[in-house]
Design a binder for this molecule. Structure first.
Ligand code: NAD
Length: 416
């Protein structure tokens, strides 16, 4: 039987490699890899049929040396403490790469929301919020959406937290609807960030964007927005997929139509003017750019040698295992790592939080141009360092991030 991939083991491996390269002192090394705080909660929920179910929930704050903890909340049947620890750790590095003043956190509930009603999900969210309210807050730890959570989920969290406090606290979460203090541009921000770094990579590699063939795995918030925006700058999206199946059209898929279709049917399969293809073959489709935007552990040593893309932009967190990473590097495939490629989401979350704290809101143009600057600057720093040191973009991004968090830790010192 195939061993299940443990994201936290991957995360520690990635860190150790970079800690060696940076020759981090042993104490700092241990301090940086261990999560600061791990909260496990039982979340009792009354189901629609009157029965009670108790779900396992988690909130992990990995590191807060550079600012309050920040990270999404995931609802999925495979959520484990180790997965949440990995995602929280990646958040720390991601915030450091794009230099937003946050530490890293993540939360999750082990549940299958596709089998629950909207009211059950609301009760689950409100009780989970009450349970983790002891460690979250605008100056402590600010959740956001992740897989299977969205602006509605954030509204329930914001409302529950505000009820517990006795006043409205919009800054407790980001990714909220505009009506209650959300930011223009947040919904598409992660996909937009993916588009910006792909555009930079294409320039640096001396390629042409026009008619570049793109394959996108996962068609939720990140995948669909990345596809829409890459289409807008001239790419041709030839394959999209979701958890239910995959579709293909070598002449290009109309992504706006695909978004409408998925909104009404819930799936990509059946989209007019496409043919269904075997999801197992999906990642090895002939293309120029591959955007994994689903879950972790998708590109492994078993399929890395079959990938035909020139560029991989990791919209998802942790889609590539370290073994696969080495294969891709040896094959000369340009990988834009998750902690850089998908950092557009946390960057605009940071803008949302700043706007909430100021109670003063920006236009979408302001948000997008600030995001573009952050992504371009971070890409340049990572690319220049990767080129100078002849390393992968992932190693260069990690070196930058870990060095920043290590320095913040040294400067702050250790209490008492
Ligand atoms: P989402 O729930 O909106 O969408 C997930 C998509 O992946 C859906 O289309 C789902 O059907 C598909 N999917 C799930 N399992 C799959 C599988 N085994 N094979 C193919 N497709 C599968 O989630 P999202 O917010 O778009 O997040 C996707 C990834 O991006 C996650 O790794 C998440 O951590 C990461 N991410 C999200 C954000 C954000 O702002 N939402 C920011 C940074 C990183």
């Amino acid at each position: 039987m195939k061993k299940k991939i443990n994201p936290y083991e991957i995360c520690v491996k990635q860190f150790n490699k970079v800690a060696d390269k940076l020759e981090l002192e042993p104490g700092i090394r241990e301090f940086l890899i261990k999560p600061k705080r791990q909260l496990i909660v039982s979340v009792p929920v009354e189901m629609d049929d009157g029965s009670y179910k108790v779900f396992d929930g988690y909130r992990v704050q990995h590191n807060i040396a550079r600012g309050p903890a920040k990270g999404g909340i995931r609802y999925h049947q495979n959520v484990t403490l180790d997965e949440v620890k990995a995602l929280a750790t990646w958040m720390t590095w991601k915030c450091a790469v794009v230099n937003v003043p946050y530490g890293g956190a993540k939360g999750g509930i082990t549940c299958d929301p596709t089998k629950m009603s909207a009211r059950e999900i609301e009760r689950l969210t409100r009780r989970y919020t009450a349970e983790i309210s002891i460690i979250i807050g605008p100056e402590k730890d600010i959740p956001a959406p992740d897989v299977n959570t969205n602006a509605q989920t954030m509204s329930w969290i914001m409302d529950t937290y505000s009820v517990l406090k006795g006043y409205s606290v919009p800054g407790v979460v980001t990714g909220k609807p505009l009506f209650i203090g959300g930011s223009l541009g947040r919904d598409a921000a992660t996909g937009r960030g993916v588009m910006y770094v792909v555009r930079e990579a294409v320039k640096c590699l001396g390629l042409q964007l026009n008619d570049m063939k793109v394959v996108v795995q996962g068609f939720g918030n990140v995948g669909s927005n990345a596809a829409l925006l890459l289409e807008e700058i001239g790419c041709k999206i030839i394959g999209i997929c979701d958890v239910y199946g995959a579709v293909y059209n070598k002449k290009g898929i109309d992504i706006k139509k695909a978004v409408d279709f998925v909104r009404s049917t819930g799936k990509v399969v059946g989209l007019p003017d496409t043919e269904p293809i075997d999801p197992a073959e999906f990642l090895s489709l002939e293309c120029d750019i591959l955007v994994p935007a689903a879950l972790e552990g998708q590109i492994t040593k078993d399929n890395a040698d079959k990938i035909q893309a020139k560029i991989i932009a990791e919209g998802a967190n942790g889609p590539t295992t370290p073994e696969a990473d080495e294969i891709l590097f040896d094959r000369g495939i340009f990988v834009i790592p998750d902690i850089l490629a998908n950092a557009g989401g946390v960057s605009v979350s940071y803008f949302e939080w700043v706007q909430d704290l100021m109670a003063h809101y920006w236009t979408e143009e302001e948000v997008n141009s600030k995001l573009e600057k952050i992504m371009k600057d971070a890409f340049k720093q990572v690319y220049d360092s990767a080129t100078a040191q002849k390393t992968s973009m992932r190693d260069a991004a990690y070196m930058l991030a870990v060095a920043r968090v290590a320095e913040a830790t040294r400067i702050r010192g250790i209490y008492p």
